[in-house]
Structure formats: C-alpha cells, structure tokens
Design a protein around this ligand. Sequence first.
Ligand code: TRP
Length: 355
Amino acid sequence: MPGRILSGMRPTGRLHLGNYVGALENWVRLQNEGWHNFHMVADWHMLTTGYENTSDLQAHTHEMVVDWLAAGLDPERSVIFVQSAVKEHAELHLLLSMLVSKARLERIPTLKEQIRDLHLDEQTISYGHLGYSVLQAADILLYRATHVPVGEDQVPHVELTRELARRFNFVYCRDREAVFPEPEAQLTAFPRLRGLDGSRMSKSVGNTILLAEKPEDIVARVKQAYTDPKKARASDPGRPEADLSELDAEGRPVHPGCVVWEYHRKFNPGEADDIARRCRSGELACVPDKRHLAQVLGDALAPVRERRARYEADPDRVREIIADGNVRARAVAEETMARVRDAMHLGTGALEKTR
Ligand code: TRP
C-alpha cells in the first residue's frame, strides 16, 4: 500500500544522471503510483561542510528544483519545499540530539567517508557536522514518513533514523500512541550509475552527464566514456563486464567493466544483451556503440528537456511552487511537533494546542 515518503538532496545545483538513477527516478515513479511525496532541499545540510560559502545556496536550490520538475515531479501531487523554511526541523533536531550518543554518531560510515574524502580532521569536526544524521532523522520523522527512497549511500542515516524513532516512542510514548513510524529505506533496482571514467559519478570529478545536457553535448561526453582498454581494434573481442581474473593491489578488478554497456543496461535494456554479444564477438566497435548510446540517452532525456525549457522560461512559477510547498510542509511539521511537545510535556500544554 502506498505510504508517505520523504526524501531530499543537498542543493548542489544542476543534477546528473547518477542523481536521477539513484533517487529522482524512483521519486517520480512513487509519485505516479499514488504515494504521498515530500521532497526537501536540504540547505541546512549543505552548511555541515560548506558553512563559509552560502552565496550560491539560493541559485543552486532553484536549479535543483528545476531539475526535479523537469524529471517529472508534479507540484500538485508532490510537496517540494526547502528545509530552512520550516523551522520545526531545527526544533526536532535538538530534541532528538539528546537521544543519541556522540560515539554512535562517530561510527556512522558516511561521516567517516566524508572525513577521509574531504581530508578533514576528526578532532576539528564541528558539532553541527557530527549531527548531520540527527538532522536527517528530524527531516524524515517530522513528516512521519514510512519510506525513504534514497541511494544506497544514505542507508546508514536511515538506520539511525529508525533507532531514534524507536527510542523516542519508547521513552515518551509508553502511555500513548507512538508518534513516529519506523521508516524504511527504499532503494532503486539499479543501485548506482558510475561516472563516465568508471569511478563514482561526481560533479567535482567532471565525469557526469547532466540532466540538462544538450544532445550534441551528450555525444561529446559519451565519446570520453571508459570502455575495454584491451579492445583496441573494432574486431578485438570486448569485455562488457568486469574482468575478475585480474585484480589490483586493493583487490579491485583492473577492468571494472565497460561504462557504455552499463548505461545501455540502464537506459536501453531491450538491446543490452545483444550489444554485449556483438561486442564480445568483435562485430561491434566502441565508436559506433558510443554513438548509439548517445542517441539513446538523448531520446531518453527529451521529455526532461522539454519540461525544463518550460520551467526555465518561468522562474516565478518555480518560486511559487516552492513557496506553496513550504506552506504544505509546515502544516504537517506543526502537527507533528504538537504531538512531540505533548508527549514530552514541553511548552504550555493545552494552550499550545489552541494556537
Ligand atoms: N543526506 C542526503 C544527501 O546527501 C540529503 C538529505 C537530507 C536527505 N535530509 C534527507 C535524504 C532526508 C533523504 C531524507 O543526499
């Protein structure tokens, strides 16, 4: 049965195919199946690693929401809003922060990865950054979401969210109905799309295809994609999949699989098996295969491009959609916080409810 979902992204500006396959596509599908969707621009989360640079926040929020709408989120059915416009996120974050130990937060793998990737010093990490997952739990629980459609990298946050829901209900709701459902992560069937060079897709690496990419630019981007380095001539037998017979020092395959074929599997599943067969047999060379993929991607993104053009021409409409989403999100957030305060004996009790 369709439930209520909450998911969000940090406002990094224009989105790429990895964001689409990892999350956005799933959001749109659930919306179209009749789920009750809430989608949040996590601008406060952006501060955890970028508190000094806030000048682009609003522009990036706008661009990202345009991509959401272009991908097919329908503002009539999905609530699209901005975290910082709903102050209850901060209130719930504070209350939940009492229910989790510092040691538990330090063990969260996502935080450890950030420390490693951004070369941060564990000793100087901010109080707010340590609380990243607590804020994310507040985001999810504030809407009493039952499901959280995210990429696999977000699962540790959802796990903490479940623990906090359980803990809150146990501590404060013994004599009453539980306030929070325990939300479940909802992963996509296709967990992750690699970047064009075969590593993790990321804007900072420059190995992406943007949702907003023009067809001619897609052709140029796909030309750079990693294929099988041993397939030098067209007639050489190619290896679409990873070759597990040859591992590097870290135990990873030297050939992690052809990126072009991975994209075919995702965007061109009907032809993917045949393409692999003709690649292996030496019938199909990389150059025409890439040209074919660029065509497939260009076609797949055509409806996205069309919707994007409409929203790009009307920025006021986009601002209106966000303002309307903020109002709808606030209504739910206020209702949840009334229950939370009541369960915790906070505020002025009965007076509060008549506000
Ligand atoms: N951490 C998520 C990301 O980096 C963004 C996010 C913030 C989020 N709050 C959320 C995702 C709540 C799902 C649910 O992409």
